[in-house]
Each structure stands twice: as C-alpha cells, then as structure tokens.
Design a protein around this ligand. Sequence first.
Ligand SMILES: Cc1cc2nc3c(=O)[nH]c(=O)nc-3n(C[C@H](O)[C@H](O)[C@H](O)COP(=O)(O)O)c2cc1C
Length: 208
Amino acid sequence: MNILYVTSSLRGGASYSGQTGERVLAELREHNPDAKVVLRDLAKNPLPHIDGDFVAATRGPDGATTAQQRALLAQSDVLVDELFAADVIVIATGMVNFSIPSTLKAWLDYIARPGRTFSYSEAGPKGLVTGKPVVLIAASGGIYADKRALDFQVPYLKQVLSFLGMTEIEVLDVGGTAFGADAAAKAVDAALQQIQTRCTEAATRAVA
Ligand SMILES: Cc1cc2nc3c(=O)[nH]c(=O)nc-3n(C[C@H](O)[C@H](O)[C@H](O)COP(=O)(O)O)c2cc1C
C-alpha cells in the first residue's frame, strides 16, 4: 500500500492536523505493516503560484515551449504521478481565513490537469483519479459543524477532490483548536476514534 501524505500547516510541530495525521498514519500502518508513505510537505517545500507559463505549458495549444514552461510542466507531472502512485491519500490541513493554506491551493492547482487528472466529454467533466480513498484531516480554530455556510475549507476540498475523481473522502474534523489545549486534544482524539473505527471495519471486511 502506498500512502501519499500531504501536509500544509503553518504551525510546524504544534499543528493539530499534523498530530492527527501522524496518528492516522500509525493506524494505517498497523493494519498494513508494509505501507510506504510519501510525504509532500507543502509548508516546508511550497510550490510557486501557477502563472501564465504554467497555463501555457499545461493548457496551451503548443504545450511547453520554453525552459521555464518545461520546468513547470515537469513539476506538475511529478505531483500528478505521485498522486496516481498512491492507494490512499491523507491530507492534513488547518483552516486559514475560512479556507485552506495557499500552499495547499497551489498543490491543487498543480494536480488539476486536463487530460491527466480530469477530462472533458459531452457528458461534462470526468475525474480520472479514481479508486483512491482520501482521509481529509481538517483542523480549525473555531467549530463549524453547525455553521457550514462559513466553512470554505472542507466543502471546497471535497468539491475539488471529487471533481478529480476522489469521491471517497473521510473527513476528520479537528474543530475548536482555539478553545485551549484540552479542547484541541479532545478534538484530535475524537477524530482518531473515527478513523480507528473505519480502519477496523475495513480490516474486518478484508478478512471476511
Ligand atoms: C493565519 C491564520 C488564519 C486562521 N484563520 C482561521 C479562520 O478563518 N477560522 C478558524 O476557525 N481558524 C482560523 N485559524 C486557526 C487555525 O485554523 C487553527 O489554529 C488550526 O488548528 C490550524 O491547523 P494546524 O493546527 O494543523 O496548524 C487561523 C490560523 C492562522 C495561523
């Protein structure tokens, strides 16, 4: 099993989404001891914003025609290949200004590639990254469970991931981290409880 682990917290080791992510990986490894994890740390290694060269290289009629455009295409290809190589994708992120860190947005911009990760047809767009469950760990200072109209983090991520074909998304909500360390620890534990139950169910199904 290949696991792609995408992190983007701005808060280093203090990150609650990161702490939850590590424990989710431990849980997945327990059920799949040979699992290989590829880490894509977008906070430590941010991608540049996409620009005119990126669009020309990935969507223009002539493709990449300059060294800069070829480099951007190659970077995007690496990220897309990494995605296709994964059996499971774990994304850990914290809410930033009601949405996602710009580093995670840049990653989405690099992987959303017509002809590679989605295609257009008469029936409309079709996601090509199929059959890959996603564990989406979403930390936030506030609690949005009853205020989804204010949440542009989880609904946005679910929309863009499912557009690309990743429709099986398990959301682990680590909400309320701003309410103190105890509340945050409880939110992490509640999220983990959810994934443990899911892993046990999946493992039970696998041996049944
Ligand atoms: C720059 C910045 C902006 C933030 N914006 C929001 C926000 O709009 N709503 C919210 O509930 N929490 C917000 N927070 C709080 C974070 O979502 C919270 O600290 C969360 O735990 C971050 O994830 P992490 O612990 O994995 O880093 C913000 C934090 C930072 C640093």
